[in-house]
Design a protein. Structure first.
Lengths: 440, 260
């Protein structure tokens, strides 16, 4: 338990009660989302969590110890609990990106050389080295958000709090920030965000708190809280689209019951096998047999260039008329290849692309993206890389994921998890790294 | 989007050259230009600095002429007045207006030319600095001049937030304009007052927000400075020395001469 609050109350000078008794428990290494409409007290809570505000009643516990408000303890807390504000302009105050990212480390008392090293490392990690000399007013919204995150990252906090991290960003910019948040979380930073984007909270978080008018009105794993329509109504929110679609499909008996798909591949997988059809069978076929109906190709093969169509015979009428359930398999087997960009070598890489007949290349993480750009690799997938690769593999296509560091482990885990949950084996190969090395 | 001189300086290739060298060149140009007795050295300086700004600094020539034309109008007006009302010597030409004689004599013309050339050289020197050295670079120069740190820190933050408020101000102005806030003089005055009030309140709030966000990152009164090592290259040094020598020679040769 890295952060905990008990009976936290706070009211502003004008008497508005912003928080009316909040109890939250935040575990180390988790992804937490606070969801609620504007003015529900999320930002106030965040400022209490890193000691910017002092509660009127109740206590914040940091690593199990009650928070002290003398300047020395506050320093410790603020070093470990970084906060990224909703409006980047409130946070980035220095005339150049370099200075702003170096602000935190300087205050922590590092020497000039250490600060320089930390800043360079952070700039590269976040992928903003090219902006180092630029003044912030020459950056776009997404770039500013990156700088703001870098400014907190350079202090190497254990917990990062982000107030509405994806507000006012374009979809691709938002995806990139989301990738970055996942990457940071992979490196063992506890992430806390506030949002009123239900899709984000549902698909991203491990644990969700619902806030309304200064109270926690609900909490739990996303699949539990988001099915509670009463709770959603009370919080002025609606259900996430994937869940809504799934519910409609389930109601029409088109999808398997009691699933909580958070992504498109999971939604697709929850669909019931379709297409019962009438076929003519020879007399020796019994109920329960599988009949090969031949191979479809060209425009009849939806999923891959060639598809084998098998039908399981469910019921046989007299005269050889039978009801069969159709299953189609792409004949070219799909697969996912993961390539560690830290060990990029042009020769072998090109050879693998050709040998393995790769259909599309995707890059995950800013570093891999900039490396790919540097080596003039044509990227087809730049956001939602793992999900899209799984979808492509299901359709018999082969994709290559370029990534590095902790993201490799993340990708392998996600794909294994999908395979385990769905029972569909996806051919997954690590091109230039070993599973043992990753400790999986 | 509005462009200010600083934006041009930020993208200029000369931004990445030694700041002290650029400042030395500018100071030299201004001092020699002002102390010159003849109009030739200032003209030479103006020519060289304009060439450096446009050619080495990659400022578009059209834009350069445009910004130079703003002060040029004032200079030309004063030059005409000086030519007519100052100096003595042989009259070059003149005319009568309402039985009052107006004429230009050699002394007046020479003085007018001198004023014109000095102003031009000064302007081109300053534009060279403004178009090749952005504020972010000048802060490290200020730091080296041993000015108090808090003074520089405040100016750094002012610099940063000028742009934030500029954007806010343009936003408000636009919102007012599209609702006819500037349709006549009276409404304009009213709208402008509202704009300034809002801007003042916004900047106050912004100050509070920055303070919170800075203390969230453990602010304890230290900011780092942006210092990039930019050694003077040999070719730059040779070019600068040649330029200095040539201008000084010109200055020496023309110190007693007069065109008349």
């Amino acid at each position: 338990m890295i952060l905990e609050t008990k009976g936290l109350k706070y009211s502003y000078h004008d008497g508005t009660q912003a928080l009316k008794g909040i109890d939250v428990k935040i575990e180390k290494g988790k992804k937490i989302a606070f969801v609620g409409k504007n003015g529900s007290g999320k930002s106030t809570l965040f400022m209490l969590l890193n000691g910017t505000l002092k509660p009127k009643e109740g206590t914040v516990y940091f690593h199990g110890k009650p928070m002290e408000y003398d300047s020395k303890s506050l320093r410790e807390i603020r070093k470990s609990v970084g906060i990224v504000f909703q409006n980047s302009d409130d946070q980035i105050f220095a005339p150049t990106v370099y200075q702003d990212v170096g602000f935190g480390p300087t205050n922590l008392g590092h020497s000039k050389e250490e600060v320089e090293k930390l800043v360079e490392k952070t700039l590269e990690y976040i992928g903003i080295t090219e902006f180092r000399n630029k003044p912030p007013h020459h950056l776009s919204g997404g770039q500013k958000k990156r700088v703001a995150i870098a400014g907190v990252c350079s202090m190497e906090p254990d917990v990062m709090i982000l107030d509405e991290p994806l507000a006012n960003l374009d979809p691709v910019g938002a995806d990139e920030i989301l990738d970055l948040l996942n990457e940071l979380n992979q490196n063992n930073t506890t992430m806390i965000i506030s949002t009123h984007d239900v899709e984000l909270a549902y698909s991203w978080a491990d644990y969700v708190y619902f806030m309304n008018e200064g109270n926690i009105i609900g909490e739990g794993a996303p699949e539990d809280v988001f099915k509670d329509m009463e709770l959603l109504k009370k919080s002025n929110l609606r259900q996430p689209r994937t869940l809504e679609i799934y519910n409609e499909l389930e109601r029409r008996n088109l999808a398997t019951r009691n699933r909580f798909p958070t992504s498109v591949p999971e939604l697709v997988h929850s669909l019931k096998p379709p297409e019962l059809m009438w076929i003519e069978v020879s007399p020796d076929v019994k109920e329960g047999d599988v009949v090969n109906l031949g191979i479809l190709h060209g425009e009849y093969a939806i999923n891959s260039p060639y598809e084998a169509v098998n039908a399981k015979v469910l019921h046989i009428h007299p005269e050889g008329h039978a009801i069969a359930e159709m299953t189609r398999h792409g004949i070219k087997s799909g697969g996912i290849f993961i390539y560690d960009m830290d060990k990029y070598d042009a020769g072998p890489f090109k050879r693998i692309l050709a040998e393995e007949d790769i259909d599309s290349i995707g890059a995950m993480g800013k570093k891999s993206k900039s490396l790919a750009e540097k080596h003039l690799l044509d990227l087809q997938i730049t956001s939602g890389v793992i999900d899209k690769s799984i979808l492509m593999a299901l359709c018999g296509k082969r994709s290559m994921i370029l990534t590095s560091g902790g993201m490799i482990e993340h990708a392998v885990k996600r794909i294994d998890e999908y395979a385990e949950n769905s029972g569909i084996a996806i051919q997954l190969s690590l091109v230039n790294s070993e599973r043992e090395e990753l400790g999986i | 989007m509005i462009n200010i001189l600083d934006d041009y300086a930020l993208v200029s290739p000369l931004r990445y050259r030694n700041n002290w060298l650029k400042i030395a060149i500018v100071m030299f140009g201004i001092l020699v230009g002002v102390s010159s007795q003849s109009f030739i050295p200032p003209f030479a300086i103006a020519l060289c600095m304009s060439f450096a700004t446009v050619h080495f600094g990659k400022t578009s020539f059209k834009f350069y002429l445009k910004i130079l034309s703003a002060p040029a109008v004032f200079v030309l007006l004063s030059v005409v007045i000086i030519a007519f009302f100052f100096g003595s010597g042989t009259e070059l030409f003149g005319f009568d207006i309402f039985s009052y004689h107006l004429g230009v004599n050699t002394g007046g013309l020479e003085m007018a030319l001198l004023v014109f050339s000095r102003t031009l050289s000064g302007m081109s020197c300053l534009f060279f600095l403004a178009l090749t050295t952005p504020m972010v670079e000048l802060f490290s120069v200020l730091k080296a001049t041993k000015l108090p740190d808090s003074f520089i820190e405040i100016s750094m933050m002012m610099y940063r937030y000028i742009f934030v408020f500029l954007e806010v101000a343009w936003g408000i102005k636009y919102a007012q304009t599209v609702r006819l806030g500037y349709k006549d003089w009276r409404t304009s005055l009213n709208s402008l007052a509202m704009l300034s009030t809002t801007l003042f309140i916004r900047s106050w709030e912004q100050g509070e927000k920055i303070f919170i966000s800075m203390s969230a990152r453990c602010y304890d009164g230290k900011l780092i400075f942006f210092e990039e090592k930019r050694p003077i290259r040999a070719n730059e040094l040779v070019l600068t020395c040649t330029y200095f020598a040539a201008v000084l020679a010109l200055w020496y040769l023309t110190r007693i001469h007069s065109i008349f």
